[in-house]
Design a protein around this ligand. Structure first.
Ligand SMILES: C[S@@+](CC[C@H](N)C(=O)[O-])C[C@H]1O[C@@H](n2cnc3c(N)ncnc32)[C@H](O)[C@@H]1O
Length: 269
């Protein structure tokens, strides 16, 4: 795997291309030592979002999944060596024009295209707080972000060198079939009342299903979440080892910044 990179970050991995609410780059110092002893394994992220963790750890083999088809199409196009000729402009008129075009592609069923990936990147970097939210009809509805300066990437081809043996899927986590020795890092949406990354949201029943599913996995598991009382009770009842960490102020799914306690729940580690 190529190691010299313009995208290198101080944590030894490479910088994620997107901004993502709930991104876990800050957790890397805790995750890295747990992963190091297993790095010949396949690394599986059922809720990969902004990919901060996979890109921070840079496993040779990975399976990254998210229910959001747009983010997965973006990574898939990076794997094919995306370079964009679009002129990215940080102004409101251009933003809303491109948002309309992106929603036209959704309406026409053309979301698995390089153009859709370029627009998704532009909207993510230029929209409010890097949020990714869709209305009930499935159209992107984040407003313009008013960021002072944005360094847009035009040539993403460097990511391709890391994605060689990585598989990308956009499925509901219930559809994923793990191999016994997969190393799983799962970061579902926080246990909060209103979570809406994608049409459908994430309910308490979903939290319970994730925790139960991974409690049966034979290989190493790390599950992270907001350390709410009911999450701690659930994870403990399923036999996870618990560690609680002070999280920095993070952007929640509503775009507010709040300080939370994070739980790292582990098994077979
Ligand atoms: C907290 S974010 C993950 C952030 C990621 N760890 C990072 O560092 O950027 C949770 C992700 O779960 C995804 N998600 C929500 N419901 C899902 C489901 N049922 N199956 C798979 N992914 C889902 C969301 O689209 C979102 O990207």
């Amino acid at each position: 795997m190529k190691k010299s990179s313009n995208l290198k970050s101080s944590n030894g991995g490479i910088r994620p291309p997107l901004k993502w609410a709930g991104g876990k780059r800050w957790l890397l110092p805790y995750l890295k030592p747990l992963w190091e002893a297993h790095k010949e394994k396949r690394f599986v992220e059922p809720f990969c979002g902004g990919l901060a963790v996979s890109l921070g750890l840079l496993p040779e083999k990975a399976w990254v999944n998210d229910i959001n088809p747009h983010v997965i199409n973006f990574y898939f196009q990076l794997k094919k060596g995306l370079k964009t000729k679009l002129k990215f402009k940080n102004d409101a008129d251009s933003y809303y024009e491109n948002r309309d075009r992106f929603n036209d592609l959704i309406r026409d069923g053309e979301i698995n295209t390089p153009e859709s990936a370029e627009l998704f990147y532009y909207l993510n970097r230029t929209g409010f707080n890097g949020l990714c939210r869709f209305n009930n009809s499935g159209f992107y509805n984040i407003p313009f972000g008013r960021n002072k300066t944005i360094n847009y990437l035009q040539d993403f081809s460097e990511y391709k060198t890391y994605f060689g043996k990585w598989k990308f899927t956009h499925k509901d986590f219930r559809k994923l079939k793990l191999k016994d020795d997969d190393f799983v890092y799962a970061d579902p949406p926080y246990d909060v009342p209103f979570t809406q990354y994608s049409v459908g949201g994430f309910s308490w029943d979903d939290q319970v299903e994730v925790a139960k599913w991974l409690s049966k996995h034979k290989g190493p598991v790390i599950l992270s979440n907001e350390a709410t009382p009911r999450i701690l009770k659930l994870y403990k009842s399923l036999g996870y080892k618990i560690r609680i960490i002070d999280a920095p102020r993070v952007i929640s799914c509503t775009g507010n910044r709040k300080k939370v306690k994070e739980v790292l729940a582990t098994r077979n580690l």
